[in-house]
Every structure is written in structure tokens, then in C-alpha cells.
Design a protein around this ligand. Structure first.
Ligand SMILES: NC(=O)C1=CN([C@@H]2O[C@H](COP(=O)(O)OP(=O)(O)OC[C@H]3O[C@@H](n4cnc5c(N)ncnc54)[C@H](O)[C@@H]3O)[C@@H](O)[C@H]2O)C=CC1
Ligand SMILES: N[C@@H](CC=O)C(=O)O
Ligand code: NA
Length: 432
């Protein structure tokens, strides 16, 4: 074992940071054996040191900037958000300190400048915990699959919304009470609108698309819809079709007829058949499918949120960065050479489920069908149920550009014969 210590600065000691601290202090000998040198916690930046009587007081500071500038080898950032963290991490990387972070909000907007700063000094930048919590997913994309051609990454990447949707589906629980529970359990972001409005999943989709397609994709490139608009009617409409509702991140490599390639990345609620493997992913669990030319289909599953699971991924990165310090060498650098354009959502082929209450009289179906024909959208299935003077129509389309599907829904909503558009949602997967 090397005599040289690897000195670690920890920024933030909340849900995830407190679990990382516990392991660093309690499992110091074990970590040293794995790294090949002692790993020393040099300081912990917290907002209010007086609020942390449980931590070694000599390690605490409220000056994260000064801790980053001090004599440390690795900075572990578990505060979250973009500023002031971005400045601290750029400073750390420019000074040659390796960075381990779980901060998807920052990475999905600023990974290019962080990667450039890391390259200039030769430092490592690791962020396994930023997507799908404990699940080893970014390392497989960056390393194990680096020789393959990935075509699709799709899955459930936000634990909070999956926890809420699972509860709504299983027990009919209300949205607000379930969100409070997800926050109490440490799954939700400090501002939970990042979860429910899909920002967190969009950040993760940007990170996944960047790694999968060797292209810089930022959160603003990702089409984003959250679950705030999901109602009991949507859940009931899905149930009638033996489907359930999940918030999915879908990243695809799209090849046009002329062979040119682009990338599509989107986050939105989707109805999937109950027989689909993602339908059985409940609570704060995440699951991600990766499709690659040679590997075929791979599935990654596990705890996507929570202090201890996320700390597992952070500590794995910390050990990797520490080993590089001790043995020399670097982790994988940014790979963005493909620089594919991002395809707008309107051009992305999707399929819709549309549930309508319509007047129960002759010619209604023809008017509705005409709206589909006008936008060149073909219908895969129609189901009708009569209720007094109203009928309920459930329509599932074939694949069509999303813009055409949206235009069809707008037109249908304006028809006199349509009393209410009850539910509109994209669908994935075939009914068995
Ligand atoms: N909680 C989870 O399940 C997961 C969280 N993450 C990410 O991990 C990071 C941390 O998340 P949590 O631990 O859940 O958040 P948290 O809100 O529990 O902890 C953040 C801590 O940073 C502290 N902080 C804020 N400003 C500070 C400053 N200027 N100096 C020192 N400390 C400061 C806060 O007081 C708080 O204790 C975020 O980037 C989050 O997105 C990633 C995966 C899962
Ligand atoms: N708020 C996030 C935490 C993990 O990334 C989630 O709910 O998934
Ligand atoms: Na992960």
C-alpha cells in the first residue's frame, strides 16, 4: 500500500452526502485496501456547521470555495444545482483535482466546459450517480460498450415520478400526498418540480444520449413533458387497455433514408402494456434498456434514488478516481466526436392513444376519422362504448411524426361532435 494519502473534499452533506461521509469514516480501512492508499476525508463543506453535531467538527467548513482551493486530490460534489457549484468544479478541475459528482442538472448543461477543463489538467470527471442512482449505467456506456454502436436507450430514470405513478396506479393514491412521501424518503430533488415537470429526467436523457451517441446533447435539446398533467382519467384509460403509465426517457439514433444520422431525445409519459418489462418497475426503482448493434438488447435495473443507493455509485467513482491517483492514468475522457444533429420532436415518429367522449349519433366516427386522414395519420385500433347520449371512443394510432399527431388531436378537439378529449398519451410496446 502506498504511504501517500488521497485527500478528499466533500461538498454538501444532505441525503447523499451524509451516506458518503458515513462510509468514508466507517469503512476507511476497507476503502484504503481497495484503492491501494489511505483515503482521507480532508473537509466537508456544509451550509451551517452548527447544524451537524453528528459530524467531526474539525472537518466542517461553510466555505466550499476555500475547501476546493485547499490541498486536496478529489472533490466530491453533492450539493446540486448549477451556480455556484459550476465555478467551484471548474476551479477544481483546472487545478488538477479529480471531480466526482451526482449533479445531473449541472452536467446536462455544462459537461462540455467541465470535460475541457478536465482534459487541460488531466483530471478525472466521474458522474455515475447522476443517472439512475445506484445502477451501473454510465460506466457500461462509456467503457463496456465503447466498441459497439448504440441505437437506443430507453427507460425509467426518475425515481420520484415512478414512485408517484406506481402509487396512483396501484392504490389510486392522490398526487400531492405521494409526492410528499417521495420527498420524505429522500428521492425528490430539493425543488421537486424538477422531478414532476420532467427536468430531472430530461437532464438524465441528455447525459445518456451524449454518452450513447458520442454527441454533445444538452437538457435544452431534450423534448420534455412531466407528470403534473396526469389525471386519474389517464390512469383509468390506460387500465381499460391493460396498460399502465410511466414517465420514460427515450434516446434514439435516427437514420434517414439518405443515410444521414441524427439523435432524438425525449421525456414524456407513455402508456405501456402491463406485460412490458418496464411496467413491473415500481416505486423509486429505475430500469433502462440499451440496444446496440452487436450486443443486442441489455437491461439495467435497480434503485434509482435515495441516499444509500446513490452513495454506492458516488463511492464507486471515488474509488476509481483514487486508484487513478495512486496508480497513474485517467478514466475515460469525453467522447463527442460524432457531433450528430438533434432531431426536433415534431419530426420524431411516435404513436398516440386518444380517448374521447363523443355524441352518440351517425357520422361521428367518419368525422373523427377524417381528421386523422387530413394529417396522414393512420389508425391502428378503435374501440367504442355507448353511454346514454354519449359514446366513448378509444383510438390508438400507427406511428406518425409527432407534429402530425398533435395537429390531429387539436383538430379533433374542435369538432362539434367531440364533447371531451378525455386523455391523450403516447404509447410504446405491442399488446400481447
Ligand atoms: N437524493 C437522491 O436520490 C439523488 C440525488 N442526486 C443528486 O445528488 C445531489 C445531492 O442530492 P441530495 O443529497 O438529495 O440533496 P440534499 O438537498 O439532501 O443535500 C444537498 C446539501 O447541500 C447543502 N448545501 C447547499 N448549498 C451549500 C453550500 N453553498 N455549501 C455547502 N453545502 C451546501 C444543503 O444544505 C444540503 O444539505 C444533487 O445534485 C442531486 O440531484 C443524484 C441521484 C439521486
Ligand atoms: N430526484 C431524483 C433523484 C435521483 O436522481 C429521482 O427521483 O430520480
Ligand atoms: Na448510475
Amino acid at each position: 500500500m502506498s504511504d501517500e494519502r488521497v485527500r478528499v473534499a466533500l461538498l454538501g452533506c444532505g441525503t447523499v452526502g451524509s451516506e458518503v461521509t458515513r462510509v468514508l469514516l466507517d469503512e476507511a480501512d476497507e476503502l484504503a485496501a481497495r484503492v491501494g492508499a489511505p483515503v482521507e476525508l480532508a473537509g466537508i463543506a456544509v451550509r451551517r456547521p452548527d447544524k451537524h453535531p453528528e459530524l467531526p467538527q474539525e472537518l466542517l467548513t461553510n466555505d466550499a470555495g476555500a475547501l476546493v482551493e485547499s490541498d486536496v486530490d478529489i472533490v466530491v460534489e453533492l450539493i446540486g444545482g448549477i451556480e455556484p457549484v459550476r465555478g467551484w468544479l471548474l476551479t477544481a478541475l483546472r487545478k488538477g483535482r479529480s471531480v466526482v459528482t451526482a449533479n445531473k442538472a449541472l452536467l446536462s448543461e455544462h459537461s462540455a466546459e467541465l470535460a475541457e477543463a478536465a482534459d487541460l489538467s488531466g483530471a478525472d470527471l466521474y458522474y455515475e450517480a447522476s443517472v439512475a442512482g445506484a445502477i451501473p449505467l454510465l460506466r457500461p456506456l462509456r467503457e463496456s460498450l465503447a466498441g459497439d454502436r448504440i441505437t437506443r436507450v430507453m427507460g425509467i430514470v426518475n425515481g420520484t415520478t415512478n414512485y408517484i405513478l406506481s402509487a396512483m396506479d396501484a392504490t389510486g393514491a392522490g398526487y400531492a400526498e405521494t409526492l410528499d412521501e417521495a420527498s420524505r424518503l429522500g428521492y425528490a430533488e430539493a425543488d421537486p418540480t424538477a422531478d414532476v415537470d420532467g427536468y430531472d429526467a430530461a437532464s438524465k436523457a441528455a447525459i445518456l444520449a451524449s454518452l450513447a451517441f458520442h454527441t454533445r446533447v444538452t437538457a435544452s435539446d431534450v423534448h420534455r413533458e412531466g407528470i403534473a398533467g396526469i389525471t386519474a382519467s389517464d390512469i383509468a384509460a390506460a387500465r381499460l387497455l391493460n396498460r399502465t403509465v410511466k414517465l420514460l426517457a427515450i434516446c434514439e439514433r435516427v437514420t434517414a433514408d439518405d443515410g444521414t444520422e441524427s439523435v432524438s431525445a425525449r421525456v414524456h409519459p407513455v402508456m405501456i402494456p402491463r406485460s412490458h418489462q418496464l411496467a413491473g418497475v415500481n416505486g423509486a426503482f429505475n430500469a433502462v434498456y440499451v440496444e446496440a448493434d452487436a450486443a443486442g438488447e441489455l437491461m439495467f435495473y435497480g434503485q434509482g434514488a435515495g441516499g444509500a443507493p446513490t452513495a454506492s455509485a458516488v463511492l464507486g467513482d471515488l474509488v476509481a478516481a483514487a486508484r487513478n491517483r495512486v496508480a497513474g492514468g485517467r478514466g475515460p475522457r469525453e467522447s463527442a466526436h460524432a457531433a450528430l444533429p438533434v432531431r426536433p420532436m415534431g419530426q420524431t415518429p411516435t404513436r398516440y392513444h386518444i380517448s374521447l367522449d363523443v355524441a352518440d349519433r351517425a357520422g361521428v366516427l367518419a368525422q373523427v376519422a377524417q381528421a386523422f386522414a387530413t394529417h396522414d395519420v393512420s389508425i391502428a385500433a378503435v374501440r367504442q362504448r355507448d353511454r346514454n347520449s354519449t359514446a366513448s371512443l378509444v383510438i390508438v394510432t400507427h406511428s406518425a411524426p409527432d407534429a402530425a399527431l398533435r395537429a390531429t388531436v387539436d383538430e379533433i378537439g374542435k369538432l362539434d361532435v367531440v364533447r371531451e378529449v378525455v386523455s391523450v398519451m403516447r404509447v410504446e410496446g405491442e399488446d400481447s
